[in-house]
Design a protein around this ligand. Structure first.
Ligand SMILES: [Zn+2]
Length: 452
């Protein structure tokens, strides 16, 4: 509870409570660095104790970089507490992150970065700041949304003490007895776990290796369907884990094999204490598996005609964006197509960039680029469509994953310049032009806005 209060003091310094407390106790120092005077009340002392727990995972999500100190804040990652090794030069001590940027351009000033912080330059280039001067924000590094929750703090404390290994567990090292046959669940679910680990479930990827090649993608998101996708990587699975009373740790989420997941699964703790002592992972896994039956793979390709929402105003431009990303090179290709019913012209463009750390960030960059193009073309009404369901949901609910913060703040700013804007998910089959533009941008790394 007090940690929530401390979180509020960091994030809402203009609220009445913050005005009162900070006005009384933080005249000469910021809330972050103020020490506890011997005469202070029990309440304030407790808030400062909570603050000290909080700052272990308190980061800054970068937008314009003006309020984040290069040396004093944790800003290199929104999910890990990465410290910049000091000490700084006398002249660099008070630098803010914006000093490392070409101000107003959302680009890093590479010569400044390389001369001041050469060892962490690759981390810096993976941050995409706002080009529209949105402000930086405090973020809690233990949740995707960056918002502090008591639950996530509890999990992070468990994670500190748990002894589960993060080594890559291979088939040969996997303890079949301990992690499958001896787990506390029903015989049917043990068999399910065994099939999952053996690659014996009729998942898309397994069917493909047996020569069946039609309709093998995930029925939820149309990605290649592997065991680890079913349990962890699918946006549907991620939503389930978010809502489940057991929350996987970061190590669990970073698993690279199904063996690793099954090795860590017994250590997952059920919260709040519901009295469930059985092996909940097996039930959640089973339900992820059976949910596919209620959501079968599409047997026919999606119709290629565009169905307009009933509420769409006249003369709304339809704007599709897509992105392609290479995990090996961290390069991204972005593509967009804008069509307007009153004209036969289609505006399309591509762009390529490097240092992109995730496919979701790639999709967000594609949306930002297509909105910029729509704004430049002076289109007043836009229906923006992307085949990333997760991203569309984030934009519509305004709960921005912290890694996308700067980019999505720009999307929010750009959106406000249109008379009408609607963000929708579009199935991949209806997004093929943007998709091929993105792929060609990734392959050729060209920048070519074209009007045809
Ligand atoms: Zn999926």
């Amino acid at each position: 509870m007090l940690a929530k209060l401390a979180w509020r003091l960091f994030n809402r310094p203009d609220c009445l409570l913050a005005h009162t407390l900070l006005g009384k106790y933080c005249h000469s120092n910021s809330f972050r660095s103020v020490s506890c005077p011997t005469s202070s009340s029990h309440g304030w002392r407790s808030i400062l104790t909570s603050r000290d727990l909080l700052v272990r995972h308190l980061g800054k999500a970068i937008s314009n970089g003006e309020t984040t100190k290069v040396w004093g804040d944790s800003w290199l990652s929104t999910t890990e507490h990465l410290a910049i090794c000091g000490p700084p030069n006398e002249t660099d001590r008070d630098l803010v992150v914006a000093d490392l940027m070409l101000r107003g351009s959302a680009r890093w000033n590479e010569s400044n970065v390389e001369s001041i912080l050469p060892t962490v330059a690759h981390f810096i280039y993976q941050i995409f700041p706002s080009s529209l001067n949105a402000e930086d924000k405090f973020c809690w590094q233990r949740t995707k949304s960056g918002i502090y929750s008591v639950r996530s703090e509890y999990y992070s404390m468990i994670e500190c003490t748990e002894a589960t290994t993060n080594q890559i567990v291979t088939n040969r090292e996997f303890n079949w007895h301990k992690n499958i046959w001896a787990v506390e669940t029903t015989p049917k679910l043990r068999l399910f776990l065994w099939k999952l680990a053996q690659g014996a479930l009729p998942l898309g990827a397994n069917l493909q290796t047996r020569g069946l090649t039609t309709n093998t993608n995930c029925p939820h998101c149309n990605a290649p369907e592997t065991a680890i996708h079913l349990i962890l990587h699918c946006p549907f699975a991620q939503q389930v884990w978010e809502l489940a009373p057991i929350s996987p740790t970061t190590k669990f989420f970073n698993s690279v094999s199904i063996y690793q997941i099954l090795t860590m699964a017994p250590a997952l703790v059920c919260l709040p204490r519901t009295g469930i002592t059985t092996y909940l992972f097996s039930w959640i896994g089973w339900n992820l598996w059976t949910s596919r039956a209620t959501n079968p793979r599409p047997t026919n390709p999606m119709p290629s005609t565009t169905i307009l929402p009933a509420s769409l105003p006249l003369n709304t431009a339809i704007c599709n964006s897509d992105a392609a990303w290479s995990r090996q090179t961290l390069r991204a290709g972005l593509g967009w197509v804008i069509s307007h019913e009153s004209s036969s012209h289609t505006l399309q463009g591509t762009s390529a960039c490097g240092h992109v750390s995730s496919p979701l960030l790639t999709e967000a960059l594609a949306i930002r680029e297509s909105l910029r193009a729509a704004k430049e073309a002076l289109l007043p009404k836009v229906w923006m469509r992307s085949d990333s369901q997760v991203l569309i949901r984030a934009i519509n609910s305004k709960t921005y994953p912290m890694e996308l913060f700067g980019v999505l703040m720009d999307v929010e700013f750009l959106s406000s310049s249109f008379d009408f804007i609607l963000f929708s998910f579009v199935p991949r089959a209806q997004n093929s032009t943007a998709d091929s533009l993105a792929k060609s941008a990734l392959d050729h790394g060209s920048f070519s806005p074209v009007l045809n």
